[in-house]
Design a protein around this ligand. Structure first.
Ligand SMILES: Cc1ncc(C[n+]2csc(CCOP(=O)(O)OP(=O)(O)O)c2C)c(N)n1
Ligand code: SF4
Length: 280
């Protein structure tokens, strides 16, 4: 049986204290607790400090282009439904350039887990505002304060039909590990947004800020409206599983034996020819 050591990949270049260390530790611990082996899992990311997680975790993986982890991850799951697929990256990656893919992945409900390391800033490019930066936040690109309001990923996922929506915090690895295990076990698209402080460029949303402001949800809401209202009332500063609903995932609805046709390579020339005729 695999141990956490088996899931460790390249040595990281993250700054000491970066919240992303804990997110990665929670993911690797969750995989071990669930009895997964590195070859049964794939970690697929975009671009950003956080997106380096696919290099630092020893599983199958793909470090793709900015904002494109979700299409690649969904493709991987379609090709091999037996694989545990984790899409991951930063708030800039997922809710900026990648936000279109995010909404469509939510409503498509393919059985993958989307782990977003939300530091409310662009870390890799050295401290510009991100779509999650709070209003009036001063950075080198917003010297007079950010005049936009942040994207709300939890309410967005709730209002677009998300079937597993949770939020974690890098300062509570135990709780985050449990959330990730439940997200992976959920059959359908799971969003786990994680407050993961950037200790170098975000001096406002720090570990102390989250320690003082986060409210924990013990019991997931059964009503989307109640969940949205609660999240709004608390300015998004909640942790725990916000909402979970059983719903047939995308591949099960199609009723196709994906394993037979795609991952085992059981497509003969005639089948490929038929597909070509339809699309070309
Ligand atoms: C198409 C494209 N546009 C812009 C960039 C520059 N870029 C690289 S990472 C990044 C944002 C990183 O922020 P985030 O996703 O929040 O990750 P973090 O580094 O904060 O973990 C940007 C804008 C890029 N690589 N590709
Ligand atoms: S710049 Fe920020 S997000 Fe990037 S590694 Fe350093 S602390 Fe982490």
């Amino acid at each position: 049986m695999a141990t956490v050591k088996d899931f460790k990949g390249d040595v990281s270049t993250w700054c000491p204290g970066c919240g992303d260390f804990s997110v990665m530790a929670a993911l690797q611990r969750a995989a071990v607790n669930m009895g997964l082996e590195p070859h049964q899992m794939s970690v697929i990311s975009g671009i950003g400090c956080s997106s380096k997680i696919s290099e630092y975790t020893r599983t199958y993986g793909f470090h793709g282009i900015h904002g494109r982890s979700l299409p690649v991850a969904q493709g991987a799951k379609m090709a091999n439904p037996e694989l545990t697929v984790i899409a991951s990256g930063g708030d800039g990656d997922g809710y900026g350039i990648g936000v279109g893919h995010f909404i469509h992945a939510v409503r498509r409900n393919i059985d993958i887990t989307y782990l977003v390391m939300d530091n409310q800033i662009y870390g890799l490019t050295k401290g510009q505002t991100s779509p999650r930066s709070q209003h009036d936040f001063v950075t080198k690109t917003t010297a007079k304060g950010n005049k936009e309001y942040p994207v709300d990923p939890i309410s967005t996922a709730l209002s677009n039909g998300g079937t597993f929506i949770a939020q974690g915090y890098s300062g509570d690895v135990k709780n985050l590990t449990e959330i990730i295990e439940k997200a992976i076990s959920h059959k359908g698209f799971s969003l786990v947004n994680v407050f993961s402080p950037c200790v170098t460029f975000n001096k406002i949303n720090t570990y102390n800020f989250f320690k003082d402001n986060l409210v924990h949800i013990d019991q997931a809401f059964s009503s989307r409206t109640e969940a949205i209202n609660y999240v709004k009332e608390h300015n998004g500063l909640v942790t725990g599983i916000v909402y979970e609903e059983e719903q047939q995932d995308f591949q099960s609805q199609l009723g196709i034996d994906w394993n037979m046709h795609v991952s085992s390579g059981d497509m003969d020339a005639d089948m490929i020819h038929e597909i070509e005729k339809t699309f070309m």
